[in-house]
Design a binder for this molecule. Structure first.
Ligand SMILES: [Zn+2]
Ligand SMILES: [Zn+2]
Length: 370
């Protein structure tokens, strides 16, 4: 006996094969009592021939019908936070990353660098609640990069991440490989596979959507990945520190590690103390040069670190300023500022033990490394 969902009414007529008797049955099947899912039904039938007529009833037990299977899709990243690309010559628009090699000041070649921004995505398409695989499902996975904290206030040409199949895993670090933006798949019998996603390499949030279709049904799953250097904090303005170089493209450019922030504060305080001591001297005893009374801090790092594309082009010239451990501080060129430059070196290099790249002549600043 099969099962009959509650409320079902069946009617059928069948005739016997004996030409002498010509028996026909008319049967009517209807649930008479019990719940939708289980209970008793009463089976009633009329039997008739040309001369005779009779009827009878008997009860059968109704068993619950299994719920209908519906399509389900799962997209599960192996991790949800990665580091942005830190390579100095990263071009996010071309997805080209490398160590910069210069000849006579010209960029001549690059050496690929390993990236730490790839994530394995487990994709599973199945029927629920039975758990049966949705064999032959077609799937489209789409990635889009977003910037919920407004680090990069420029949008033209924002790159997309890239997808790789497992067979291509060896090519993940070779910049331009992979399928950009979206991937289409026809799943085999298991309907369970792994896809590799390499983010844009730029800090932000990357959202992933998987749309699966099978058996006339379509379902969507989504997840998101965080691309960032965690733990960067804002350098506070005021006192011995001034923030300079503001623009609308990267409005939050003064983030650093807590250690970097503390070191800059120490440097600023030393400058302010020294300026006050000079100002307290009788004019005749003051040194000849100009001595600023505060530290002017230009570019540091963006809120979540990674590529700081100074000109909104999604690539260098900034080759550092990625990790919250570098800052450009104003140290003007010219002999008037030599005493000031000497104090900055003394504090940053000799006392605090960090390093300086001087861009004083070309760009009126020291590039401080923590
Ligand atoms: Zn930018
Ligand atoms: Zn710099």
């Amino acid at each position: 006996m099969g099962t009959f969902p509650g409320g079902t009414i069946l009617q059928f007529i069948a005739c016997g094969f004996d030409p002498e008797i010509q028996v026909c049955w008319r049967a009517r099947l209807q649930r008479l009592q019990g719940s939708e899912s289980e209970g008793h039904i009463r089976f009633g039938a009329e039997m008739s021939t040309s001369e005779d007529f009779d009827d009878f009833f008997f009860d059968v037990v109704l068993t619950p019908a299994p719920p209908q299977d519906t399509l389900a899709v799962e997209l599960t990243p192996a991790r949800r936070e990665v580091r942005p690309v830190l390579a100095g010559c990263f071009n996010a628009a071309l997805q080209w990353a490398g160590r910069c090699l210069y000849t006579n000041g010209q960029l001549t070649d690059s050496v690929p660098v390993a990236r730490d921004d790839t994530v394995r995505l487990r994709l599973r398409v199945f029927y629920s609640p039975s758990g049966l695989p949705a064999s032959g499902a077609s799937v489209r996975i789409v990635a889009s990069a977003t910037d919920p904290i407004g680090a990069h206030q420029h949008f033209l040409g924002r790159p997309t991440g890239r997808f790789f199949l497992l067979d291509d895993v060896d090519r993940v670090d070779s910049s331009t490989a992979g399928v950009p933006g979206q991937l289409r798949l026809a799943l085999a019998e298991a309907a369970d596979t792994v896809v590799i996603y390499r983010t844009t390499g730029v800090s932000g949030v990357e959202r992933l959507f998987a749309q699966a279709s099978a058996g006339g049904q379509t379902r969507v799953a989504q997840d998101s990945l965080l691309v960032r250097i965690p733990g960067l904090v804002a350098l506070g303005a005021g006192g011995s520190i001034a923030l300079i170089g503001e623009d609308d493209v990267h409005p939050q450019r003064w983030r650093g590690t807590p250690g970097m922030i503390a070191a800059l504060q120490t440097l600023g305080d030393r400058i302010q103390t020294q300026a006050a001591a000079i100002a307290a001297l009788p004019p005749a005893q003051r040194p000849a040069g100009i001595f600023p009374d505060r530290l002017d801090v230009n570019d540091m790092s963006l809120p979540w670190g990674g590529l700081f594309d100074q000109f909104g082009t999604w690539h260098h010239p900034h080759k550092e300023h990625r990790r919250g451990t570098e800052a450009d501080v104003a140290v003007p060129a010219g002999p008037d500022y030599d005493d000031f430059a000497r104090l900055v070196r003394l504090v940053w290099v000799r006392e605090l033990g960090h390093t300086i790249v001087s861009e004083r002549q070309a760009r009126n600043h020291f590039h401080l490394r923590f």
